[in-house]
Ligand binder design. Structure first.
Ligand code: F6P
Length: 326
């Protein structure tokens, strides 16, 4: 491929704190390499609607600390169609872009891979999702901030749980993965963590809570990943009633608060590194990869691998939750 002169960049799927930091890094690194950058608004939807805006070094000033994405984001149904992707390709050519960087999750990369197959257009991906469910990177941008948001909320709930001697089922995000629940569960000292990767035994949980009561531990925090096989937190609370007992049970669904807020130092750091590395990858003629961080080193992972492989939850960490409550 000849020298890249202009790159387009978009954010897609659920927003994640740190996406702006990644954008800033892409723009500033590109300018450093004499490459122009066009931002595409509203993800793949904006690619189809030709919503391109030029980005300068100044236009990404003062955003490293901002949550959300200044490019806005969307989940595009039209990009799932061949016709939609053809229009997107034509718009990239119309705007004289030689390559594209996409910041997003699994769905974003699946769309990118199909697009590359159809149009042979270079795309590099940056993992941006609070769920941390992408194979090929230890952490995704936004995960660390979401964890901190969760533990801050849980600490507050614990105060009231302890005062009223209640059991709280706190539902966290993660789609069909339990990374947020497990990691934040350990960090906030949850009494139990329910994740989709492991069958949830509610009767066993009930027994455990009863034994806690017997030893005068009168309040508990149960973190429930939204994709758990026993259902959401509300459903689990109802199921638990079937096993009897006098527990005073409450539910809190943390919801989209987990997606917002100023990114943590770690998220700003990996976003900045990956933004620079994504441009480097394109300059190195990479066309269909995600840049990730494994053991503190930047790695290039083919989209095929990222999409095909499932990132495994370290289930041994569930026993850490148990041990720390014994
Ligand atoms: O992928 C990020 C995420 O926040 C998931 O944890 C959650 O299941 C989903 O997005 C919610 O998406 P939306 O904001 O479109 O309802």
């Amino acid at each position: 491929m000849g020298k890249i002169k202009k790159i387009a960049v978009l954010t897609s799927g659920g927003d994640a704190p740190g996406m702006n930091a990644a954008l800033r890094a892409i723009v500033r690194k590109s300018i450093n390499e004499n490459i122009k950058v066009m931002g595409v608004l509203r993800g793949y939807e904006g690619l189809i609607n030709n919503e391109f805006i030029p980005l300068s070094s100044k236009s990404v000033g003062n955003i490293i600390q901002r949550g959300g994405t200044i490019l806005k984001t969307a989940r595009s149904e039209r990009f799932r169609t061949k016709e939609g992707r053809k229009i997107a390709y034509e718009n990239l050519l119309k705007n004289k872009c030689d390559a594209l960087i996409v910041i997003g999750g699994d769905g974003t990369f699946t769309g990118a891979r199909i697009f590359i197959e159809e149009h042979n257009f270079p795309i590099v991906g940056i993992p941006g999702t609070i769920d941390n469910d992408l194979y090929g990177t230890d952490m995704t941008i936004g995960f660390d901030t979401a964890l901190n948001t969760v533990i801050e909320a849980v600490d507050k709930i614990r105060d009231t749980a302890a005062s009223h001697e209640r059991i709280f089922f706190i539902e966290v995000m993660g789609r069909d993965a339990g990374f947020i629940a497990l990691r934040s569960g350990i960090a906030c000292g949850a009494e139990a963590v329910l994740v989709p990767e492991v069958h949830s035994d509610l009767e066993g949980l009930h027994k455990r809570l009863t034994s806690y009561m017997a030893r005068k531990k009168t309040s508990s925090i149960i973190l429930v990943a939204e994709g758990d096989d026993a259902g959401g937190a509300f459903q689990i609370k109802e199921e638990m009633k079937k096993f009897g007992g006098e527990f005073d049970m409450k539910v809190t669904v943390l919801g989209h608060i987990q997606r917002g807020g100023s990114p943590t130092a770690y998220d700003r750091y990996i976003a900045s590194r990956l933004g620079v590395s994504a441009v480097d990858a394109l300059l190195d003629d990479q066309r269909s990869i995600m840049v990730g961080i494994i053991n503190r080193k930047v790695v290039n992972v083919p989209f095929n691998q990222t999409i095909k492989h499932h990132k495994e939850l370290d289930q041994e960490l569930l026993s850490v939750v148990d041990i720390l409550n014994s």
